[in-house]
Each structure stands twice: as structure tokens, then as C-alpha cells.
Design a protein around this ligand. Structure first.
Ligand code: DAK
Length: 250
């Protein structure tokens, strides 16, 4: 790996975009490495994934503008498809993914964070969708995922203005779950991830799927899906053991 670092801390895995000199902008090579890493994490025994950026300045300043300025339509198509593939994989992987937003999360960087399940930010973080300032609309799901997370009025405000918002404003609109001082963002995120990792990964994974599917389904369909998923939990040994251990706790 040239652009991604992977660190394992028990059942928690941290992926760090390692292009600090370019504010962790994501070229096609970065996206290709994401695919390799995510395919490994889909199969291994890790339970929670953290994504962050190297350094104190940026989570990711977005798609690589220098790279985009040089490519033709064939590479642009590859780039577009790869980006969607990465973000869809993050959204669909059967374990929680937490974005630890340690600075700028702009354009594709914000879209990467939007594909994660939970977003923690450092107090100096700046989020935004500045694509319209470059003559393009958000292209890695920004219009769709932002809409679902903060609602249409706030999504339109951010996309039409291209303005950057700080961590506190991001929390107030539900875009970020929690803010931490820059120096404790990673330790707090890891500690939260370890807490989540103590729970049944089957139950957490199936809950992630239910919430995601529920966003696009009718209440009736979502509730039906929940009933069958809940029943499926009764097929696991882990459910049996966890309930038995609760009953024996005294
Ligand atoms: N791409 C490439 N390099 C970048 C970059 C980016 N997005 N952002 C920063 N850099 C590079 C700078 O060029 C500079 O490199 P050197 O000149 O030192 O070699 C280095 O990182 C440090 O940046 P600055 O010198 O600009 O640092 P400042 O502190 O002065 O400013 C900044 C920080 C974040 C305000 C500024 O760098 C900035 O505005 N960056 C651009 C942010 C942005 O507009 N991001 C959105 C990009 S558009 C697609 C789907 C989606 C997308 C693309 C395609 N398809 C479907 C194909 C997504 C589009 C985007 O993300």
C-alpha cells in the first residue's frame, strides 16, 4: 500500500489515508487501495473500522483536482465507478465504519465520511461540498447521502453555497455525531470502537443493514425486514451464549 495505512488494535482496524502533503486528496490509486483493503476487511474477523486522514489538517480535501484536470473520459469513467464502488462497499460492509474527521472533509472527502455509519470530528474540522465552485455537482453520492442524513433544506444549503461548516454546526445539523479536541479524537474514536466491538457482530451488522435499508423502504417493509432479521438472530450460538450468560450473572 502506498496511500493507505492499516493498523489493527484487536478487533478494531484503522485505515488512514496517507497523503498528508496533498491534504489526503483521493486519486484513482487511493480508491484502488481502498477496494483492496475493504475486500480483506469484508472477510476477516475485525469488528469495527475507523477511517481517518494522516496529519492534523485534513481527513480528505476530496477528489484529486490535479489528477482530474489531466484525465480524459475513459479514465474519468473509471474514477467515477471506483469512487462509487468504494463508498458503496463502506456502506454495505457488515460491520460499523466510523469516520474520524481530523480536519478538512471537503467534496469527495465529505462524501467518504457520509458513507460511514458514524462521524466523529475534531473541533477544528471543516466540512463541505464545494463542487459547484469547480463547475461540477457532487458526484460520489453527496446529493443523495447528505439529503438522507440532514434533510433536503440543509443539503441544498450546503451544496448550493459550497460553504464550509465547522464541527459544531455539523453536529447541530446531525451531520456529525460528536466533537472531540483534536488531540483526543483518535483515542476517543478507538475507545468507542472497542465498546461497539464488545457486542455481537452479527447483531450489530444486521442492525446496520436494517437502518440502511429502512431509509429507502416504507415503514411496513422496514418493520417486516426487522421481524425476519430479529428471528434470524436466534440461529446464532452467540445469541444463545449471551442470553445464558446474562441469566447466570449473579
Ligand atoms: N486535490 C488535489 N490536491 C489538493 C486538493 C485536492 N482536492 N486539496 C489540496 N490539495 C493540495 C494543494 O494543491 C497543495 O499542494 P501543493 O501545491 O503543496 O503541491 C496541498 O494540497 C496543500 O493545499 P493548500 O496549499 O491549498 O492548503 P491551504 O491550507 O491553503 O488550503 C484548502 C486548504 C482545503 C482550503 C484548499 O486546499 C482547498 O480548497 N482544496 C480544495 C478543496 C476542494 O475543492 N475539494 C473538493 C474537490 S472536488 C467524481 C465524483 C466526485 C468527485 C469527483 C469525481 N466522479 C463521479 C468521477 C468529487 C469532487 C471533489 O471532491
Amino acid at each position: 500500500m502506498k496511500y493507505l495505512k492499516m493498523e489493527r488494535d484487536g478487533e478494531v482496524v484503522q485505515i488512514t489515508i496517507d497523503r498528508e502533503d496533498k491534504l489526503n486528496a483521493m486519486s484513482l490509486d487511493v480508491m484502488n487501495e481502498f477496494i483492496t483493503v475493504l475486500e480483506e476487511l469484508e472477510k476477516d474477523s475485525s469488528k469495527v473500522i475507523i477511517i481517518t486522514g494522516e496529519g492534523k489538517k485534513a481527513f480528505s480535501a476530496g477528489a484529486d483536482i490535479e489528477y482530474m484536470s489531466k484525465i480524459g473520459p475513459t479514465d474519468a469513467e473509471k474514477y467515477a465507478l471506483r469512487g462509487h464502488e468504494v463508498l458503496n462497499k463502506i456502506e454495505k460492509i457488515g460491520k460499523p465504519v466510523i469516520a474520524a474527521i481530523n480536519g478538512y472533509a471537503l467534496g469527495g472527502g465529505c462524501e467518504l465520511a457520509l458513507s460511514c455509519d458514524i462521524r466523529f470530528a475534531s473541533a477544528n474540522a471543516q466540512l463541505g461540498q464545494p463542487e459547484v465552485t469547480l463547475g461540477i455537482c457532487p458526484g460520489w453520492g453527496g446529493t443523495q447521502r447528505l439529503l438522507r442524513i440532514v434533510g433536503p433544506a440543509r443539503a441544498k444549503d450546503l451544496i448550493f453555497s459550497g460553504r464550509r461548516i465547522g464541527a459544531e454546526e455539523a453536529v447541530s445539523m446531525g451531520l456529525v455525531n460528536k466533537v472531540f479536541p483534536p488531540e483526543t479524537l483518535i483515542s476517543e474514536t478507538r475507545s468507542y470502537a472497542r465498546e461497539v466491538a464488545k457486542n455481537s457482530n452479527f447483531a450489530v451488522g444486521i442492525s446496520k443493514m436494517l437502518v440502511n435499508k429502512g431509509m429507502d423502504a416504507s415503514l411496513e417493509t422496514g418493520l417486516k425486514l426487522e421481524i425476519y432479521s430479529w428471528a434470524l438472530c436466534f440461529s446464532t450460538k452467540e445469541r444463545e451464549e449471551r442470553m445464558a450468560s446474562f441469566l447466570k450473572r449473579k
